[in-house]
Design a protein around this ligand. Structure first.
Ligand code: GUN
Ligand code: FE
Length: 429
């Protein structure tokens, strides 16, 4: 048993932070949280425990680490590029040519190492990442996650229509890859990094490809990630491609790709009415990507309504449509965009509070990986030690300090990163 002492802040529910000043998180040998307490000696006596080794982080903050539910690893080099375009021209001009380069193992090694390093740097301990159509370099990305000690899902991307010739694969290649991954998973001791079915989006996948994905999900209980109702032109295009579907989400549903297994759908800017009900009934996790939706002028996702409807919502950076890999910036944009939405609706649509945004980035997103994203008993100890002393020159309250960290803090303030109880050292670039 170990205990970590600091100022502890986490969000068991969206409406408020749980705060324990100079408290202790007690962590067992499996890296899971046993308890949060204000007195370790009393806890030890009451629970008849052997010696607990205490590490004291003084006046620093101790918070759950971040979970990024939607990110494209091969787009890392395009951060900050092409953002005068909307989605479809952006994909053709910037994204597809960059992703095609990941056939080259040397190139992939260079970019994926930087990508994994930055996940670590930004305190994102778990993520759901798209790779590319290339099996070998996708496997290398998974290996780099494992070497770094980071958790997540990594998906080989499936695309076999409306794509450049050098960026297409076949349903057979997709199936072979995932079956191989299932075998490999069985032989590994840790399952912190896993495979996920990743049909890019409806315009990129033929009905045959979608059918194979739906079958793989059903037969092997594999989770699914994709894009949904991000941009108006995209939605119109899907109507032409899938005329029998009643809405965009229905196109995934018809192939068994909407909640047959745990499912992530990024964006959902225009998911209203029937589509919203479909997301709810099928227990889909919506990934809100406010930096990306702003950059590509895609739209504003109705997050407040999703939450009111009881739909699970997490946050994603969506690099590189999202321009920054920090979940702090995503939280900040989620709040700010929701405030513009509130003002535009003349106060009819509530805006997100800080604790709500923090909850989305930690516990709500973490739930896709199991018990992750909180310091409640049984949760994986995924945590960040934050040194905000340069911001805390005037003895602010802990509630003020967490807000200041979310808005003006950055990776330089993150001193230690734990993933399931293991302090992760800096990955080699
Ligand atoms: N839709 C299909 N592919 C992509 C992608 O790479 N990024 C975003 N933002 N939307 C997509
Ligand atoms: Fe995306």
């Amino acid at each position: 048993m170990r205990a970590y002492r600091a100022n502890i802040l986490f969000t068991p529910t969206p409406d408020a932070f749980s705060i324990v000043e100079r408290g202790y998180v007690i962590v067992n040998s499996e890296g899971l949280v046993e308890a949060v307490t204000d007195c370790v000696d009393r806890y030890q006596t009451e629970h008849n425990m052997p010696q607990i080794e205490v590490t004291d982080y003084g006046d620093r903050l101790l918070i759950p680490a971040f979970n990024d539910l939607h990110i494209h690893a091969p787009q890392y080099r395009n951060l900050g590029l092409g953002l005068d375009e909307e989605l479809l021209p952006w994909l053709n001009k910037y994204t597809f040519p960059e992703e095609a380069k990941f056939a080259d193992s040397g190139y992939a090694e260079r970019i994926y190492r930087r990508f994994v390093h930055e996940l670590w740097m930004q305190g994102t301990m778990r993520s759901c990442a798209f790779a590319t159509i290339h099996p070998e370099t996708t496997k290398r990305l998974m290996q780099l996650f494992r070497e770094a000690g980071l958790g997540g899902y990594v998906g080989l991307v499936g695309m076999d229509r409306n794509s450049p010739d050098n960026l297409r694969n076949t349903p057979k290649e997709v199936e072979t890859f995932h079956l191989e991954q299932l075998e490999e998973c069985l032989s590994l001791h840790s399952d912190r990094v896993r495979t996920i079915l990743t049909p890019r989006f409806i315009p990129s996948c033929t009905p045959e490809m979608l059918r194979v994905y739906g079958r793989l999900a059903g037969e092997h209980n594999l989770p699914v990630q994709s894009h949904l109702s991000e941009n108006r032109s995209e939605i119109e295009w899907v109507k032409e491609l899938e005329p029998l579907s009643t809405c965009y989400a229905d196109a995934y549903r018809r192939y068994g790709l909407l909640g047959q297994t745990p499912t992530l759908m990024a964006h959902c800017c225009y998911s209203a009415g029937e589509e919203m009900q479909m997301l709810k009934e099928n227990k889909v996790t919506v990934v809100h990507c406010p930096t990306s939706n702003t950059n590509l002028a895609s739209g504003i996702a109705p997050v407040a309504t999703f939450l009111k409807e009881g739909i699970n919502v997490g946050l994603g950076t969506d690099v590189s449509a999202g321009h920054y890999m920090s979940m702090l910036r995503v939280m900040q944009y989620a709040i700010q965009v929701s405030k513009l939405h509130y003002a535009r609706s003349e106060g009819q649509i509530p805006f997100l509070s800080l604790s709500e945004a923090f909850y989305l980035a930690t516990k709500a997103g973490g739930s896709f990986f199991g018990k992750v994203g909180s310091f409640e008993k049984g949760y994986a100890f995924d945590a960040l030690v934050i040194d905000d002393s340069y911001l805390n020159y005037d003895h602010y309250t802990l509630a003020d300090r967490i807000q200041r960290f979310v808005y003006v803090g950055d990776d330089r303030d993150i001193r230690i990163r734990f993933c399931q109880g293991q302090a992760l050292t800096e990955p080699i670039l």
